[in-house]
Design a binder for this molecule. Structure first.
Ligand code: PLP
Length: 390
């Protein structure tokens, strides 16, 4: 048989996360590659799922999602952001943010349309754009002091007659940057000038540090009506295996996304949906505690990486710290990531895989700090060997 995979998907191999996690398992290394926490979410949320399963909530939930979850999402948007969304018609529950992103791009972009991504980008974006037959244009995020940002002229230059949407991820994986209100306003202005849709990936909305505020794009003037806002319970409630996400937006955009979503999965996870509804209502205190613990883990890992000789950027949010490997005498993150298990018994992710222009990210390695303190300490101890090996 000829290559069975359709041409538009051939540039995408196995996701880097599977590859690096397999490498960690094979070599017995500490996995600071994939961003999943090694502790559970709030106990009452877990109990709610168990109770729901025992109580017989085991058949298809409604296509748009369990009403109580959509209601809880609406209340949460209102309380946190002052954003009003109708549970019926403006909120759609999805199989994690991943399905929300894919369904949004598939629903809203025609073949040949262009979608602007900030690179480095979360790897599913490019695949979703390719599946839809649309074309991606990238705008680089470059280091500026401790964080990463974009050049507004570069953003404007990326817009053309076929541009349909801009995909914005803040807090940003993999750089840890949280876009400021001014940066978001620049993106918003471009969306409004060129009548573009903003698709926003806000899965780390609650995981910002040092008092840095997460500003949803939809709260900017004129943006609610053109923004598809995507969130997920996975990162917020430390339950990445549950895959419960949601889309909020104006009715015509959400209806379009649902048209696609219904034929991808129709619906999913009834017991998890009601458990997440409970957590959104009752467990945001737990989330605040988890965020503070995460900030401390960030500091712990940053200190260790600096001591080991890495250049370290200070993330204002997310699970990840971005490092520069050049102070250690290395130049290529992909090569170092492959050798890191043998050199130090640790796995990290080469940031260059998140670029269309990998040369922009060759020197970066991404480490996850959503791990137990003793795991971080052990990783740091092992990484200290690196400097000595040179
Ligand atoms: C983890 C992650 C996702 C995927 O979210 P799920 O709810 O697990 O599908 C999407 N975007 C970013 C930036 C992520 O880090």
């Amino acid at each position: 048989m000829n290559e069975p995979l359709v041409a538009r998907m051939r540039e995408f191999g196995t996701t880097i996360f599977s590859e690096m996690t397999a490498l960690a398992v094979r070599t017995g290394s500490i996995n600071l590659g994939q961003g999943f926490p090694d502790t559970d979410g709030p106990a009452s949320m877990l109990e709610h799922a168990v109770t729901a399963i025992r109580g017989g909530l085991n058949q298809y939930p409604p296509g748009p999602g369990m009403p109580e979850l959509r209601q809880a999402v609406a209340e949460h948007r209102k309380q946190h952001y002052g954003l009003l969304y109708e549970p019926d018609g403006e909120i759609l529950v999805t199989v994690g943010a991943t399905e929300a992103l894919a369904a949004s791009v598939l629903a809203l972009c025609e073949a040949g349309d262009e979608v602007i991504l900030f690179e480095p980008y979360y790897d599913s974006y490019a695949a979703a754009v390719a599946l839809s037959g649309a074309v991606r244009r990238t705008v680089a995020l470059r280091p500026a002091g401790d964080r990463f940002t974009f050049d507004p002229d570069e953003l404007r230059a990326a817009v053309g007659p076929r541009t349909r949407a801009i995909l914005v991820n803040s807090p940003h994986n993999p750089t840890g940057t949280v876009f400021t209100r001014d940066e978001l306003a620049l993106v918003a202005a471009v969306c409004q000038e060129h009548d573009l849709i903003a698709i926003t990936d806000e899965v780390y909305e609650h995981l910002t540090f040092d008092g840095v505020e997460h500003v949803p794009m939809a709260t900017l003037p004129g943006m609610r009506e053109r923004t598809v806002m995507i969130s997920s319970a996975g990162k917020t409630f430390s339950a990445t295996g549950w895959k419960i996400g949601w889309v909020c937006g104006p009715p015509e955009l959400v209806a379009a996304v649902q048209s696609v979503k219904q034929f991808l999965t129709f619906t999913s996870g009834a017991p998890w949906q009601v458990a997440v509804a409970h957590a959104l209502r009752e467990e945001l205190g737990w989330v605040a505690g988890a965020r503070d613990a995460l900030a401390a883990k960030r500091d712990r890992l940053m200190a260790g990486l600096s001591a080991a000789g890495f250049g370290v950027y200070r993330p204002a949010g997310t699970y990840f710290v971005q490092t520069d490997i050049r102070p250690l005498g290395f130049t290529d993150g992909a090569e170092l990531a492959r050798r890191l298990p043998e050199l130090a018994g640790v796995v990290a992710v080469p940031t260059q895989v998140f670029y269309d222009h990998p040369e922009l990210g060759r020197q970066f390695l991404r480490f996850a700090f959503c791990k137990k303190d003793e795991i971080i300490d052990e990783a740091v101890m092992r990484l200290a060997r690196l400097g000595r090996a040179e």
